[in-house]
Design a protein around this ligand. Structure first.
Ligand code: SF4
Ligand code: SF4
Length: 410
């Protein structure tokens, strides 16, 4: 995440004079600070108000409907705390940055999650290793100063149901750490590996997650979900709810970044509607999700997005969500993976279109290009057979998108 607001967090409270904040916070108000005695952080928090809370999983913990992240910039983090944000995923990110003093001072009021990768790899490569996961979490507990993590999250999830059933190393590491009081609950973020040419027998997020719920060891999961919904994930959420399994959406702003740069599209939206605000309303009131991740980079985005949390959609918002969905279905991949097994060239379509989202929506071109460079097969291998288009639930024009992605990322 581009982070113009980032400073070492332990320094934050020492440095948070109004003048300093005004220098960092950019154009929150677009004019000089007006509220005497209020910092921009406090003003942003006031505009957002208290975030609603929802019950999470079998533990029925009360968590803020928008959760925070260990890689969130400093000022939105502090504003989030003032708004009652109390669940922090990727809290092990604070090993590098320093844990916010306001969380350390009030540790019991927050749920902090350690996110653990496969050893020596990424989504596709690497392996589970009980000793290494155990060692990493202990190190993260020590370096963050948190004393314990509430949740231990398996990053990227399982490739297929067979892997969940056969490799219990991650779960064994969790059980050892739990006995020592260093973690409490088990959770995962699950990507779709459906038809992926980069893993053996990859399966969809819904299929793996259904098996995870039936397995009964994990308490909640993060997965990709955005406006327009997804029938497979909608069905999974019904099932999850019937089993008291918690659901948190990530990568929620499908295609909004590029839409915001399209003046004619933005001009066509109903007057007064901000896309991220409408999205926050939709995600938190019109879906079966327990909570959501919405990336913000600064206080402007914090106010625009999070002030919609828990509020009903107005007529204009509902119309905007319809327009965003139509536009996203034309331009941005849902990352469901349904197309991949159809490709005779073994092109990792979902990966390429995910990297394209990092560039076009998050403007993180460095990350997008470097990930693209690591792909064994790239978009220029496409022979335009269009098998994938027939399999795509939103009929995305995949060959054209791959050609453009290759031009942008290669
Ligand atoms: S059109 Fe290209 S990406 Fe799609 S299936 Fe054919 S070769 Fe693969
Ligand atoms: S291109 Fe279509 S089928 Fe393939 S992952 Fe994206 S949304 Fe799913």
């Amino acid at each position: 995440m581009a982070n113009k607001n980032s400073i070492k967090r332990r320094k934050f409270l020492q440095l948070s004079s109004t003048a300093f904040l005004a220098g960092l916070a950019g154009t929150l108000t677009g004019k000089p600070l007006q509220q005497e005695g209020l910092s921009l952080v406090e003003e942003a928090a006031r505009q957002v108000g208290k975030l609603p809370r929802r019950k999470l999983g079998y533990s029925q913990r009360d968590i803020s409907v928008i959760i925070g992240s260990g890689d969130l910039a400093t000022l939105p983090t502090e504003a989030g705390i003032l708004c009652g944000m109390n669940y922090w995923h990727k809290a092990n990110g604070w090993m590098r940055e320093g844990t916010p003093e306001s969380i350390l001072k009030n540790r019991e009021a927050h749920y902090c999650q350690v996110t653990v990768d496969r050893v020596g790899g990424n989504h596709y490569e690497g392996h589970f290793d009980e000793e290494e996961h155990y060692r990493y979490v202990k190190q993260a507990v020590k370096e963050t100063g948190l004393g314990y993590f509430d949740d231990m999250q398996l990053h990227y999830g399982y490739h297929n149901v067979a892997e969940l059933k056969s490799d219990r190393s991650f779960i064994r590491a969790f059980e050892r750490l739990k006995k020592e009081g260093l973690v409490k609950h088990l959770c995962l973020s699950q990507h779709s590996y459906d038809g992926s040419p980069r893993v053996e027998n990859g399966e969809s997020a819904a299929k793996v997650l259904t098996a995870v719920v039936e397995d009964g060891l994990y308490e909640h999961a993060q997965f990709m979900y955005s406006y327009g919904g997804d029938p497979e994930m909608d069905e999974f959420m019904d099932f999850a709810r019937s089993r008291n399994f918690g659901t948190i959406a990530m990568k929620t702003a499908r295609g909004i970044g590029r839409m915001r740069e399209d003046k004619s599209f933005m001009d066509s939206l109903p007057e007064g509607v901000a896309p991220h605000n409408a999205l926050a309303r939709w995600l938190t009131t019109e879906t079966k999700l327990d909570a959501v991740v919405m990336r913000v980079r600064n206080l402007d985005e914090f106010v625009e997005s999070y002030s919609g949390a828990g509020k009903k959609l107005s007529m204009q918002d509902a119309l905007a969500i319809e327009m965003l969905t139509t536009e996203a279905n034309r331009t941005a991949c849902r990352l469901c993976g349904k197309c991949q097994s159809q490709c005779p060239q073994g092109i990792p379509i979902t990966d390429i279109l995910r990297f394209e989202r990092y560039g076009m929506d998050d403007h993180d071109w460095e990350k997008a290009s470097s990930l693209y460079a690591g792909l064994p097969t790239k978009g220029d291998a496409c022979i335009s057979c269009r098998n994938c288009v027939l399999a795509c639930p939103i009929n995305l024009q995949i060959p054209e998108k791959l050609a453009k992605a290759h031009m942008l990322l290669a």
